[in-house]
Design a protein around this ligand. Structure first.
Ligand SMILES: [Zn+2]
Length: 380
């Protein structure tokens, strides 16, 4: 299809309006005045809950939700039931993902059962198709074990993604910095290893990552839309819908992660999409739905378009060694809408943004050369 008068999101920011042909939708011509065309976004941190928790999400519902949010490629974490801790389980997920409308890459566990003791077979995981190793929210790995995991991952050619928290240290702002410092010490003893710090939320952690990058450490970092947009001050009004790990932080912490993102100390924006059914959320479960609100939340923050490109298109793919393949999204940056969790494609309705009037919506998503979301013709 040919898109007329469309601006493109690029590493330099927004282009001027032009005509762009994309390999999808046949020979149609569309007027895309006011719209922005971007390569599909990649979400480096998502919980698709499959297998094991169909009341929260499945590969199918998660993929539909991602597509409507503008993500043509998402990376699924290993804390499923059973845990993705064997190469055969990676293979099975990779095979099931082949039938989805978007691309889903698989993260394998660092340790068997996410229990932090016995390491999984990193080389076998890579051969089965895993793109990274992570124990995600469990992170029970002692420094010595993480060091061995990093060395094994380096031999396999995989990055290790960690939550900077632990069940030993708890979840406070100091615990995040302590966990980052520990992980960086392990990285220093693992030549060739690559460490990615998930959902950085504090100034102290940003400072450590910034210093490590200046010293040439192979460390990358991500921040979530909710840690960029909300603070601890929002928690009171949100009740259980404000529960998330790491928790919403201070205004100063939020300013620090924003600045780090703008400067490239934080490489990536990832949603940590963590769907829960309403009953679990009301009972206090941690985590937010992420896919279908991320784009509007980020547009609302007024991020530099070049930063959006780097954090949502380029860097997440570099970290897991993937490229863009016939993946496009068309964004209407001015379209206003009201977040209504009951309309989400996701089974997870646990958003802290419910009822908010926001701006910025996906009008089309293309993946593998197919138009999989089309809102342009919809009357709204
Ligand atoms: Zn997570």
């Amino acid at each position: 299809m040919r898109l007329h008068h469309v601006r493109q999101l690029t590493s330099h920011g927004l282009s001027s309006p032009r005509t762009v042909a994309i390999a999808a939708g046949g020979a149609e011509d569309r007027d895309a005045t006011g719209l922005i065309l971007s390569p599909g976004w990649l979400d480096l941190h998502a919980h698709l809950r499959d297998p094991g928790f169909p009341e929260k999400e499945t590969l199918t519902s998660g993929a539909a939700s991602a597509a409507f949010g503008g993500f043509t490629h998402v990376v699924a974490m290993a804390n499923t039931m059973p845990v993705t801790d064997k190469p055969d389980r990676v293979r099975e997920l990779v095979a099931r993902a082949a039938d989805l409308p978007i691309r889903v890459s698989v993260v394998a566990a660092v340790s068997i059962g996410l229990e932090g003791r016995q390491l999984t077979d990193a080389t076998g995981m890579k051969a089965a198709g895993a793109v990274a190793l992570s124990d995600d929210g469990r992170h029970l790995l002692a420094a010595e074990t993480l060091g061995r995991a990093l060395r094994a991952a380096a031999r396999a050619g995989l990055p290790v993604l960690i939550h900077a928290q632990s069940e030993h240290l708890g979840n406070g702002p100091d615990a995040e910095a302590t966990a980052v410092a520990e992980a960086l010490r392990s990285l220093a003893q693992a030549p060739g290893a690559r460490l990615h710090i998930q959902h950085v939320s504090t100034r102290a952690a940003v400072d450590l990552i910034s210093a490590a990058k200046r010293q040439g450490f192979a460390v990358t970092a991500e921040v979530t839309p909710h840690h960029l947009a909300l603070t601890a001050g929002d928690v009171a009004s949100l009740g259980p819908f404000g529960n998330v790990s790491p928790p919403l932080r201070s205004i100063d912490d939020r300013a620090a992660v924003r600045e780090a993102l703008d400067q490239g100390v934080i490489d990536v924006i990832a949603t940590d999409h963590a769907p829960h059914e309403i009953a679990a959320k009301a009972a206090g479960a941690n985590g937010f739905h992420g896919f279908e609100t991320a784009l509007a939340v980020l547009i609302g923050l007024g991020l530099d378009p070049a930063v959006l490109y780097r954090a949502c298109v380029q860097r997440p793919r570099e970290i897991i060694g993937q490229s863009v393949e016939d993946e496009w999204i068309l964004i209407d940056p001015d379209r206003e809408w009201t977040v209504d969790s009951s309309s989400f494609k996701s089974r997870g309705k646990n958003t802290p943004f419910d009822g908010r009037r926001v701006r910025g919506r996906i009008v089309m998503t293309v993946c593998r050369g197919q138009v999989i979301v089309e809102r342009m013709l919809q009357r709204v």
